[in-house]
Design a protein around this ligand. Structure first.
Ligand code: SF4
Length: 442
């Protein structure tokens, strides 16, 4: 049995076990070696909690079971009391044959039965993750004596656009997954038994790194398991995909050691050649064409955005990126000092009207507008104009002047070996300037 405070595998540890038995073993036998979630991951978890609470309103008038109790036996005892009410139950807990499940929502239906509703903050059903998750719960609940009529996934409706208070009926989409879940739940007991054997083993299972390390989630032990790879490993190969794992299986760990007879794409070949030469690859004619299109004053523009599962403002969809900050450096001539303009939204109101007003005020009328991965900035400006059509004529004049600085890097017109196969700003900046983001004043 799992050496845990829980009476069995929880649904999250069950899913861990499905992703990798080594991760599962660590979870129970060396938990202190699994790093805590970083801020970004924690923010995703927090959003999931908010979405889950909103979903309660789909089936109002229910009981949050044992909200402040941690002890599973007490939570299950509270569940048994709450069941008698025949009201919707949020977070009801059950255990059966090595599984312990807290159901997001249980809805009472005719015939003394219940519907199980699992809430996810994705905008669609992910069959390989969500269905086993619900099947695990269905197995535990049914075994614990709950008569289940149907199983549903409540996920976010990607078409939703906020107008006023969020209406849960419009925000969520309910998908009936009873049939596939019933089929999958037949194998759950065997899977739990296999996982218990892994957990009870004296030593960690020998599992090689593979595509499963990032599928369906990036594993929390990623740094631990991948640390044996050298700098400039085969995994830095640009868009290497399955080829990287194939090279590793052949015993090739370093990019520089890839034999000449291995077929590489043009960009991968440039990458390897630059590494072996120890100097950048520079396609001077192509760069001359790129730079030749720039017209002064050149405006260097960058945005920061926020995108939440539950939209914060009217006219916004789930996860839509709303700009709240820009930084603009204007270079009036080749030898001029850059002028800096910036905007950072204050307060909790929709930042877009002020963002657009300020940007229009400081962005020079003529000249090139340079952005890194410019399609992102262009898309955000276009979305802002849907809300604020008075800016459309201005944007129509700006759009043709936008130049994407990513293109020469993504096209390997310039490639520095220290980019390690990446054209992202975080890789290009230190390779070109020797300075990383950690030295920037933010
Ligand atoms: S990083 Fe990969 S091999 Fe290591 S525990 Fe995670 S999934 Fe398993």
């Amino acid at each position: 049995m799992p050496p845990s405070h829980l009476p069995g595998l929880s649904k999250s540890t069950f899913l861990m076990g499905r992703q990798c038995s080594k991760l599962l073993w660590f979870r129970y036998n060396a938990k202190d070696q699994i790093p805590a979630p970083d801020e970004a991951t924690q923010a995703v978890f927090d959003q999931g909690t908010e979405v889950g609470e909103l979903a309660h309103q789909l089936f109002p008038g229910g009981i949050v079971v044992a909200p402040r109790i941690i002890n599973p036996s007490e939570v299950m005892a509270e569940t048994q009391k709450a069941i008698q009410s025949r009201r919707p139950l949020y977070e009801a807990a059950f255990a059966f044959r090595g599984g312990y499940a807290r159901a997001d929502i249980l809805v009472p239906v005719a015939g003394n039965a219940w519907d199980l509703v699992e809430v996810k903050s994705t905008t669609q059903l992910k069959e390989d993750v969500h269905l086993p998750d619900i099947a695990f719960q269905a197995f535990v609940l049914t075994g614990a004596g709950i008569k289940l009529r149907k199983c549903f996934l409540a996920h976010i409706n990607g078409e939703f656009v906020r107008q006023g208070p969020v209406n849960p009926q419009k925000f969520f989409t309910l998908e009936d997954v009873t049939q596939p879940v019933t089929a999958l739940s037949r194998d759950i007991e065997e899977q739990i038994s296999a996982m218990q054997r892994v957990i009870g083993a004296k030593s960690c299972p020998e599992i090689q790194i593979g595509p499963h390390c990032d599928n369906p989630y990036t594993c929390a032990l990623h740094d631990h398991c991948w640390s044996f790879l050298p700098e400039a490993s085969v995994f830095t190969l640009y868009r290497g995909g399955a080829k990287c794992f194939s090279l590793l299986q052949q015993g090739i760990r370093k990019l520089a050691d890839i034999p000449a007879d291995v077929t590489l794409t043009d960009n991968q070949a440039i990458q390897r050649a630059a590494l072996l030469a120890g100097q950048p690859h520079i396609d001077r004619p192509a760069l001359a064409v790129f730079l030749g299109q720039l017209e002064y004053p050149v405006s260097y523009l960058d945005f920061e955005t926020i995108g939440t599962a539950i939209p914060l403002f009217d006219g916004v969809s789930p996860y839509q990126q709303v700009p709240f900050q820009f930084s603009l450096h204007v270079l009036r001539s080749a030898n001029a000092r850059p002028e800096h303009h910036s905007f950072l939204a204050e307060g909790t109101a929709d930042p877009r009207p002020e963002f657009m007003r300020q940007l229009r005020a400081v962005l020079p009328e003529p000249g090139s507008v340079v952005a890194y991965n410019a399609s992102f900035e262009t898309s955000r400006l276009t979305e802002c104009c849907e809300l604020l059509p008075e800016f459309k004529p201005w944007l129509r004049k700006v759009t043709p002047r936008i130049v994407d600085l990513l293109l020469p890097f993504r096209g390997f017109r310039y490639y520095h070996p220290q980019q390690n196969g990446s054209a992202s700003m975080k890789a290009v900046l230190p390779a070109l300037t020797g300075q990383g983001y950690d030295k920037l004043a933010i």
